[in-house]
Each structure stands twice: as C-alpha cells, then as structure tokens.
Design a protein around this ligand. Sequence first.
Ligand SMILES: Nc1ncnc2c1ncn2[C@@H]1O[C@H](COP(=O)(O)OP(=O)(O)OP(=O)(O)O)[C@@H](O)[C@H]1O
Ligand SMILES: [Mg+2]
Length: 249
Amino acid sequence: MSDAVLRLSHLRKSFGSLVATDDVSLDLRRGEVHALIGPNGAGKSTLIKQITGELRQDAGTIAFEGERIDSLDTAARARRGLARSFQVSSVIPAFTVLQNVMLAVLGAGGGVYRFLRPALRAPGLTEPARFHAEQVGLADRLTTRAAALSHGERRRLELAMALALRPRALLLDEPMAGLGLEGARHLTTLLSDLRHQAPILLVEHDMDAVFALADRISVLVYGRIIATGTVAEIRANAEVRRSYLGEGA
Ligand SMILES: Nc1ncnc2c1ncn2[C@@H]1O[C@H](COP(=O)(O)OP(=O)(O)OP(=O)(O)O)[C@@H](O)[C@H]1O
Ligand SMILES: [Mg+2]
C-alpha cells in the first residue's frame, strides 16, 4: 500500500451552476501536515465537508486507508477514525473540561443532555480523558466549565475531544481563526507534534502557521488545485503568488 492515508480522486461538487470542487485529486500521507490554502470561496470547506460526508460529491472517489468511504455516512466515517475538529457544537458549556473529554472518550458527544451525566459514571473514562486534556495543555483547567474557557482554551478542548476519538486522520478547517498571535503559536506547536499520531489536512488562512507546519501545501483556486508542493516550492510558484499569496509573501 502507498503511504496515502486519505486519497481524493477527481472530486467534483456543484451548487447549481457553481462548480465549487472541480476535479480535485489530493492525498494525505502518513505523518504529514498537508495544508490546503486558497482565497475565500475557493471551495476549501466544501472539500472538507465531502471528506466528512456532510456533503456528497457529484463525481470522484474518496479512499481512507485503502478503502472507499464515499458512500458511508458521516458517523461511519468518524468511526473509522476520520476526525474533524473545531465543531464547536460538540462542546457542552455547562460541563467541565474533564467531563467534556470524558464524553468524547465515550463517543457520546451530541447525545441527549439528561443522559450524559449518568454516562460519565462509566468506568475507565477519567484516565484517557485526563491524558488528552493534558496533551493539549489543559491540565490545570480540568475542573473548569467549558463556558469559562478563553477562546484559545476552548479550541484546545475541541482538539482534545477529537483526539479522544483516537483519530487516524485529522481534518482541521481554520483552527487558528480568532486565536491571536500567542494562541496561534501555541496551537501550531501542538499540531506539529500531533502529525505522527494522525496526519493532518489543514485548511488555514494564517500563512505563518501554514509555513511553519506544512510538509506539503495544495493551493485551491475556484475549486481547482493549481499547485501541490513543499513550502519552498509553493512560495516560489509564480501562479500561486499571483492568485493567492500576493507579491509580499
Ligand atoms: N451549501 C451551499 N450552497 C450553495 N453554495 C455554496 C454552499 N456551500 C458553499 N457554497 C459556495 O461554494 C463556494 C465555495 O465555498 P467554500 O465555503 O467551500 O469556500 P472556502 O474556500 O471554504 O472559503 P473561506 O476561505 O471563506 O472559508 C463559494 O462560492 C460558496 O458561496
Ligand atoms: Mg471555508
């Protein structure tokens, strides 16, 4: 088998007459951060949603660990280990950091509220939950309610919840958004260490983070990938500079 964990082949998705994803082929390899960059409206989120199953492609295929997953629903893809973080809705504000991560360990996120507290009494949840909370630097916030976290801490909680699912690939859509310089640096360090645990497909506008993290970069413009390469190759690519990075990059 090749080292592609996730392989997109000739994906196409239209909304009416708008072709949002136009013949996109891309692979995510073991151990890498693969950044997907491009202007607003290029189709980055639409592509991520096709991978998670929130949107169904019109044509093309998606293979994960060598098997087609494109006819599976979102939950089945998640069970196979495709994790999308920063789905804010999965955090329960009234629960503590530790309780939220415990729910993720349990795989009970999004369940009916009144059943959740009893579920937390299931054995064996605390240790893995503590481990993942500590992994994202929230060791001193375990008993803090999610509602009281800063924006950056909440992002880290969401990441811990994704890690609790033992992902085999991570899909991150603009994780740096709204974090500020310090928060973005912290998350950059964290993500850098995670790539060996699960390869990361990273959609991001923060080019400092992209250049610091990416093993490879693909550039999406009007639904089409115009270039894929290393940071150095993408920075030197004249078409990319024209269409996205600008001459100052
Ligand atoms: N559900 C939808 N119905 C109709 N058009 C849509 C839908 N979702 C996205 N689009 C359109 O598809 C194009 C791609 O949108 P998408 O959100 O994927 O861009 P993006 O690259 O993620 O942009 P940004 O960087 O601003 O997040 C846009 O023109 C958008 O308006
Ligand atoms: Mg988007």
